[in-house]
Design a protein around this ligand. Structure first.
Ligand SMILES: Nc1nc2c(ncn2[C@@H]2O[C@H](COP(=O)(O)OP(=O)(O)O)[C@@H](O)[C@H]2O)c(=O)[nH]1
Ligand SMILES: [Mg+2]
Length: 394
């Protein structure tokens, strides 16, 4: 199971800066719309406490007990209003978004860019509008796909006695919608109780809105928090969803400084340490300003967005497969060589399949390396579990 986080938002909200900070990949950053033409795919990291802390020997994969577990991330093309009608890079945006299982909506919380991403005075644009507009665009995109053949489909469902949720899921498969999403949305909207032939346009949009919410959970990065008016941050935080104030620019500066050996910083830290190296006056001033920002915000917020997307939106856990339940190592002695992200609710046999199809097929039992207890195939894994899988010989 591979999971991808999508960074969405209007041009100039700071998506590419966020992406670069989160991946340290090389993408262009510039203050004009449509800098990002194609999706940038990269790898970012969830920050967790490494289980090797519980053992005498360090694993060598973590830094001071901070372990980074990889997950894919896409910097999606900037979204402009009416993208679903094909405006701007609208179609590209939606095509890229379908690959993501969760969205970080990067919002310019400073209000310094208009609805299309053009620079305006700070505080001039209301970021709450951007939140509503992105949701609406995605909903209308889904609606556009569903509506295309609806009259025909609706009749076919009736005439051939097909299952409603199966037909809708088929129609929207390309957008990443599954039967379970459709069912949940039908129940939530009450539309399950209404004959689908009688659905109005409004009903169908409500259904699409619910399917969006369920299939593409989203959190808000209230970006440019370093220069955002306090009132904007407060109003964003009042929204009924996860909102994390971020300064992608600060995170990028810190990561670059750390990469160049100027500071000691691990993503998500609340502070950093200036190392002995030569700092120019400007660098020193810049770092001092960033220190003030993260003291005020708690952190740059970028790592918090990644972690909360993985653990709260996607509901994943981290599991460490090992071959030696005593040393917590593989056969070569590498301690805790792998860390897998898995859906909460996954069982031991799912882990075996994730390691290798054959190991899944030949699964005998698992061992909890902490307690040394034997676990059956259906035993549910917990976050942080260290597990040995035992399978039959070929
Ligand atoms: N002050 C401030 N500026 C930022 C922040 N993040 C991005 N920017 C600036 O906003 C502009 C647009 O950023 P970019 O990442 O290219 O936006 P994108 O179009 O959404 O990919 C650039 O000038 C960035 O330096 C931030 O956290 N704080
Ligand atoms: Mg960009």
């Amino acid at each position: 199971m591979s999971m991808t986080i999508g960074l969405a938002g209007k041009p100039n909200a700071g998506k590419s800066t966020f992406f670069k900070a989160a991946t340290l990949a090389d993408v262009e950053i510039a203050n004009y719309p449509f800098t990002t033409i194609n999706a940038n795919h990269g790898v970012t990291y969830v920050r967790v406490e490494c289980p090797c802390k519980e053992k005498e020997k360090r694993c060598g994969k973590c830094v001071d007990g901070v372990r980074l577990v990889p997950i894919d991330i896409i910097d999606v093309a900037g979204l402009v209003p009416d993208a679903y009608k094909g405006r701007g890079l609208g179609n590209t945006f939606l095509d890229e978004l379908r690959q993501a299982q969760a969205i970080i909506h990067v919002v310019d919380a400073s209000g310094g860019t208009d609805a299309e991403g053009n620079p305006v005075d700070i505080g001039d644009h209301d970021p709450l509008e951007d939140v509503a507009f992105l949701n609406r665009e995605i909903t209308m995109w889904l609606y556009g796909i569903l509506e295309r053949n609806w009259v025909k489909l609706a009749r076919k469902i009736q005439a051939e006695g097909l299952k409603l949720e199966v037909v809708i899921a088929e129609q929207l498969a390309g957008a990443g919608i599954r039967e379970s999403h459709v069912n949940a949305a039908l129940t939530e909207t009450g539309l399950a109780r209404l004959d689908h032939i009688k659905w109005s346009e409004d009903d169908m949009i409500r259904l699409c809105d619910a399917m969006r919410e369920i299939s593409k959970p989203l959190l808000i990065a209230a970006n440019k928090a370093d220069i955002a008016p306090r009132g904007n941050l407060d109003r964003l935080k009042d929204l009924d969803r996860i909102v994390v104030p971020t300064s992608a620019a600060a995170e990028l500066a810190l990561k670059s400084a750390a990469k160049n050996g100027l500071i000691k910083y691990s993503p998500g830290d609340q502070k950093f340490e200036i190392l002995g190296g030569e700092l120019t006056k400007a660098q020193k001033k810049g770092l001092e300003a960033i220190q003030k920002v993260i003291e005020r915000l708690g952190s740059t917020g970028v790592q918090e967005c990644i972690n909360r997307t993985v653990f709260e939106l996607l509901d994943l856990i981290v599991v460490y497969p090992v071959e030696d339940e005593g040393k917590w190592s593989d056969k070569k002695g590498n301690i805790l060589p792998d860390a897998y992200l898995m859906k909460r609710g996954s069982a031991c046999r799912d882990l075996a399949y994730q390691i290798h199809t054959e190991i899944g097929d030949r699964f005998l039992y698992a061992v909890d390396a902490r307690t040394r207890l034997r676990l059956g195939e259906k035993h549910e894994l917990k976050n942080g579990d260290v597990i040995k899988i035992v399978s039959t010989a070929k």
